[in-house]
Ligand binder design. Structure first.
Ligand code: GDP
Ligand code: MG
Length: 486
């Protein structure tokens, strides 16, 4: 089946990427496969779905902020690659998705390449653009490009560099992409330019990126970075620039999210005063290290979250899908039996009535005239045969009707996202050849149950292996700035 092949291919490609970037997670894909098999056996998972492809496996870190604030320079330094062009002109007006490659050299691919890459759900961006700018959704390439780079820093994560932010000059599509990226990101670095602290671009960034994010549940994932602070070294009171910037942030209502001030030593203007130079570089190095740490931490959290998802999905099957199907089977059976019992009672009552009316109970043999013939062979065989057919047909169409009715009622109570899945499971359990009297949902055989049990054992092992591979120094995980799931 085409759908299945495609799914299989995507899963293999996923495994291939993971093999290069995170071997523990590669094994996790195997467990997702087991889960897929169990769930599909229950009729819950649809043929073109897979639990493995529901989660983004790679955490997304986006770099947004004002025009010419050193975003691309920061990215290049972080990766140790001259990946992005930098400069004071608007050099790169596209969003650049950067991910790891095992190959030697950097490659640039059109935005559409994102479509087939299981690492990244940005292809839906096409739809988002289409909504605000009809006709432009097809031109994802005009807004987004993909670069693959062999920097080991990229293993297990995806970065996005963005064009400078300037709300007036921006087309709605660019703003729309920015919003989408913010939604998808696990960490958002918002850059500001210390060289132009009062610029209109900065105000736009404040209003669009900062103000719009205030009410978010995941506002912890934003880091606010005042970059290029080396240029303030010449001022009488350099700290005042940072303080003024923080005040400007606070004025927009910002309370969550951390602020940093950094500069890039290579791009910076030399600071003459030695003491000042020391003070500046110390602060910048500290903050840069803290930012890098957050970037690593996001990746660790994501790995744990994926394993957590695996367990959650297994629990979901057992604690929600299984009982729902049981309930379906029960109401279906009760309703069919009740209706049929009622019909049988009615028929019996009819016969009783006829027999009373015919005087059977007064000792006379009821005479139904010509109809009596029908109770003699060969007519009786014919009548009996067609009666069985009609009753059978009635029975099966009743089963089907009731099943549909019950399924619709139960499905109305689940989330839109899962409705088709539940309907699939209900329908698989009420196929005409399934006995009305079975209590165990289809797919809940021993094989299905052992599958889930194995997934659960695997989860424990994976957590152990992740613990070993990341070997947290104690306390590091208990950082209060762990972003919530968005
Ligand atoms: N003085 C100084 N200049 C910087 C710093 N970081 C970047 N630049 C320069 O600022 C300009 C814009 O940088 P770029 O990375 O292209 O900014 P982007 O538009 O935000 O990507 C370039 O000429 C960089 O060399 C910094 O920390 N200090
Ligand atoms: Mg740039």
């Amino acid at each position: 089946m085409g759908e299945k092949d495609q799914l299989g291919q995507r899963l293999s490609r996923l495994e291939e990427h993971l093999r290069q970037e995170n071997p523990v997670l590669q094994k996790v894909v195997q467990s997702f496969r087991i889960l897929d098999r169990v769930s599909r056996g229950m009729g819950f998972l649809l043929p073109d779905q897979s639990y493995a492809l529901r989660t983004p496996w790679w955490p997304l870190i986006s770099i947004l902020g004002t025009y010419s604030s050193g975003k691309s320079t920061f990215l290049n330094t972080y990766l140790g690659y001259g990946l992005q062009t930098t400069g004071n002109q608007a050099v790169d007006d596209k969003f650049t998705v950067v991910c790891y490659t095992g190959q030697e050299e950097v490659r640039v691919l059109p935005g559409l390449a994102l479509d087939s890459d299981p690492r990244f759900p940005l292809y839906r961006i096409g739809g988002a653009i289409e909504e605000v700018a009809p006709g432009e959704g097809q031109q994802v390439d005009a807004y987004v490009q993909l670069k693959t780079c062999p920097s080991p820093k990229l293993k297990g994560k995806i970065l996005i560099d963005s064009p400078g932010f300037d709300a007036d000059a921006q087309r709605t599509s660019t703003l729309r992409i920015t919003d989408r990226i913010v939604d998808l990101s696990d960490l958002v670095l918002v850059f500001f330019d210390a060289r132009h602290p009062e610029s209109g671009s900065m105000r736009d960034t404040l209003t669009h990126l900062v103000q719009n994010t205030l009410q978010r549940r995941d506002s912890n994932k934003f880091l606010y970075i005042l970059n290029q602070i080396d240029v303030t070294a010449g001022e009488d009171n350099p700290e005042e620039v940072f303080a003024a910037w923080q005040r400007a942030l606070a004025q927009t209502g910002l309370t969550a999210g951390r602020t940093y001030s950094i500069y890039d030593p290579q791009a910076a203007v030399p600071i003459e005063d030695e003491a000042l130079q020391k003070r500046f570089s110390k602060k910048s190095e500290e903050d840069t290290r803290a930012i890098y740490q957050r970037m690593e931490q996001v990746q660790v959290e994501r790995a744990y979250r994926i394993v957590g998802m695996l367990e959650e999905s297994a629990n979901h099957l057992e604690q929600e899908v299984f009982p729902a199907v049981r309930q379906f089977l029960r109401s279906w059976r009760r309703r069919v039996l009740f209706t049929e019992g009622l019909v049988i009672l009615l028929v019996l009552a009819l016969f009783l009535g006829l027999s009373i009316w015919g005087g059977y109970w007064e000792g006379s043999r009821p005479q139904f005239g010509i109809f009596s013939q029908l109770f003699q062979p060969p007519w009786s065989y014919l009548i009996f045969g067609s009666l069985v057919l009609v009753l059978g047909w009635l029975h099966f169409s009743l089963r089907r009707r009731v099943a549909r009715r019950v399924a619709e009622r139960l499905a109305a109570g689940v989330s839109d996202r899962e409705r088709q899945n539940y309907l699939g499971a209900f329908s698989k359990n009420s196929k005409w050849w399934r006995s009305l009297f079975r209590n165990t949902p289809v797919g809940w055989s021993r094989r299905g149950r052992t599958g889930l049990k194995r997934v659960r054992q695997d989860v424990k092992r994976y957590i152990q292996e992740l613990n070993d591979s990341y070997a947290h120094p104690s306390g590091q995980k208990a950082d209060s700035s762990i972003p919530e799931e968005g």
